[in-house]
Design a binder for this molecule. Structure first.
Ligand SMILES: N[C@@H](CCC(=O)N[C@@H](CS)C(=O)NCC(=O)O)C(=O)O
Length: 214
């Protein structure tokens, strides 16, 4: 059984919960309460010195960084290569979407919203950083032109973190309706991903805990 250290409100954790359902993997879920400092306790630091969730433990192997965990799960436990195609070019597109999510789309959320939500002294919204969100959504909208899913005509591992990212924007109140390819993809992909309801429940939990000041 795989140990999964997580909180449902955490976006990177939610992508893994959905993928685990898609792969039919049972996770031994262990909550790590960040507000109570569980992640800084010695036992957790022994597993993950970077003290982040999600963290996965498979036997004597511990792994963190959500997209690395997603790839480990599809490679180690996927029954075939449907979610992570072996063809180098198709795989490169899937990787591109994962890195785009990490470095551009979710990162634009971090730049704009985190200072308003998570710093000891909260900062006002910075319009320059809002432009980064608009640029990231515009880029994603262009990437999706002519595609049903994030990386082509089939659902892949890349759709999972992108769904958690976009759902986090949605619950935060960011209006992305003008990006028609994004809204079309979002409506299609979320219906196909098992565990979407749990992801949305996590979004609402996140909203209740952290978004009241926006
Ligand atoms: N890029 C990482 C981000 C992980 C991350 O920052 N997780 C947050 C919760 S959403 C966390 O564990 N924060 C506690 C800390 O950094 O000490 C991933 O995708 O796994």
């Amino acid at each position: 059984m795989l140990d999964f250290y997580y909180m449902l409100y955490s976006a990177p954790c939610r992508s893994i919960l959905m993928l685990a359902q898609a792969l039919g993997i049972e996770l031994n879920k262990k909550q790590v309460d960040l507000d109570a400092g569980d992640h800084l306790k010695p036992d957790f630091l022994k597993l993950n010195p970077q003290h982040t969730i999600p963290t996965l433990v498979d036997g004597d192997f511990a792994l963190w960084e959500s997209r690395a965990i997603l790839l480990y799960l599809v490679e180690a436990y996927g029954k075939d290569d449907a979610l992570y195609p072996k063809d180098p070019k198709q795989r490169a597109v899937v990787n591109h979407r994962l890195f785009f999510d990490l470095g551009t789309l979710y990162q634009s959320y971090v730049y704009y919203y985190y200072p308003q939500l998570f710093e000891d002294v909260k900062k006002p919204a910075d319009p320059e950083n809002f432009k980064k969100i608009e640029a990231a959504f515009a880029a994603f909208n262009t990437l999706l032109e002519g595609l049903k899913y994030a990386a082509g005509d089939k659902l892949t591992v890349a759709d999972f973190p992108l769904l958690t990212t976009v759902s986090t924007f949605e619950v935060t109140g960011y209006d992305f309706s003008k990006y028609s390819n994004v809204t079309k993809w979002y409506e299609t992909a979320k219906k196909e991903v098992p565990g979407w309801e749990e992801n949305w429940e996590g979004c609402l939990y996140y909203k209740k805990l952290y978004l009241s000041e926006l």
